[in-house]
Design a protein around this ligand. Structure first.
Ligand code: NAP
Length: 338
């Protein structure tokens, strides 16, 4: 089969299609014939060698896909041809991908193939962050950083569906326009305005109850300082951190910019700092099954659909990586294998 097997870390041009043997599902696993692939920022970090959760080289990149079951391992009772959303640590940049049986989740009828491929990582992350960790209430004010991205748009949609007042930051006018269309009450171009001052002004000097933080560094520090009493900041990403394993000169800046708890400040204001990583959470089958039920019911009830900004053919997957790295992309970028 054809697959993007990563043999060394590097730029998008290091992604090359190779012919490799089809993976075989072991006991408790299914194999999925991939039709669409959702691209994640974390895969760009993995490609560069900057992602802790990535497996050891060589491996096929890619954490999520939409497709249909085409083989099952021992003890698995699934229909061949069943349409599924597949999630895992690696393997989706390929014609076939093997995942655990419980991570081949039934696809959603109301979604297009592209939307199905754009769902599990972003929406599970936003769902867990906002609903399980922050325990979002309709009366909450919410700040979403990198709000026009994949996780960001998901978080905005969930928070708006809850009835919250939402602040969202992004870097470009087109992204700000998208945030307006998604119902963000205060879309903020943080390159032109200090987002903390905009929040303070709109809140008559107050802050926000919940922050979904995806950037790190100064964005994290300012967001943390905006929390109201009982407020919670959820760390779900660090897209703004620049470092290299091979360059020790970058390590002190990395350490400075990784979000850290300031216990004294938190005690003074009764605030919380929480964090999530969906990769570790999917090890817990019962958690996945329960949250999948509530999340998919919620998106159906509120008519939420993933935002897909562009679809690239499989042969142009490296260009899809470059597009995301250019920061022009919004919502999700998807690959089609048709
Ligand atoms: N915790 C989890 O389980 C989990 C799951 C999925 C993703 N994540 C993390 O969440 C973050 C967002 O992921 P995503 O898939 O939503 O990514 P995405 O769609 O590519 O959005 C990332 C956005 O971050 C913003 N950004 C701010 N500073 C940046 C910088 N220095 N370099 C690049 N981008 C910067 C950019 O928006 P502007 O140009 O508008 O600023 C960019 O478009 C990533 O750090 C990712 O690893 C975590």
């Amino acid at each position: 089969m054809k697959a993007y097997l990563l043999t060394k870390h590097g730029s998008a041009s290091s992604l090359k299609i190779k012919d490799i043997p089809e993976p075989l599902p072991k006991a408790g696993e299914v194999r999925v014939k991939v039709k669409r692939v959702g691209i994640n920022y974390a895969e760009i970090l993995s490609r560069r060698g900057q992602y802790r959760w990535a497996p050891k080289l060589p491996y096929v990149l890619g954490m999520e896909a939409y497709g249909e079951i085409d083989a099952v391992g021992e003890g698995v009772d699934r229909q061949i041809g069943e349409k599924v959303i597949a999630g895992g640590q690696f393997g989706s940049y390929a014609e076939k991908m093997v995942v655990k049986d419980y991570m081949a989740l039934p696809s959603l009828d109301q979604f297009s193939p592209e939307e199905n491929a754009a769902f599990i990582v972003n929406y599970m992350t936003a769902w867990v962050g906002l609903m399980k960790l922050a325990r979002l209430q309709s009366s909450d004010s919410v700040l979403v950083n990198a709000a026009a991205g994949g996780v960001g748009t998901a978080a905005v949609q969930l928070a708006k569906a809850m009835g919250c007042k939402v602040f969202g930051t992004a870097s470009q006018p087109e992204k700000l326009q998208l945030l307006k269309e998604l119902g963000v009450d205060h879309p903020i171009n943080y390159r032109e305005l200090d987002f903390a001052s905009v929040v303070r002004e709109a809140q008559s000097g107050g802050g926000v109850d919940v922050v979904l933080e995806l950037v790190g560094g100064e964005t994290f520090r300012k967001s943390r300082d905006l929390l109201n009493p009982f407020g919670k900041i959820i760390i779900a990403g660090m897209a703004g951190l620049k470092w290299s394993k091979r360059n020790p000169l970058t390590w002190p800046t990395l350490l400075k910019n990784i979000p850290q708890a300031k216990i004294l400040q938190m005690a003074q204001r009764s605030t919380g700092l929480l964090a999530t990583h969906i990769g570790y959470l999917i090890e817990h089958q019962q958690v996945v099954e329960k949250e999948w039920q509530t999340l998919t019911k919620f998106v159906k009830d509120h008519n939420i659909k993933p935002v897909v900004s562009q679809v690239f053919p499989f042969a142009e997957l490296p260009q899809a990586h470059e597009y995301i790295e250019s920061r022009q992309s919004y919502g999700k970028v998807v690959i089609s294998l048709d």
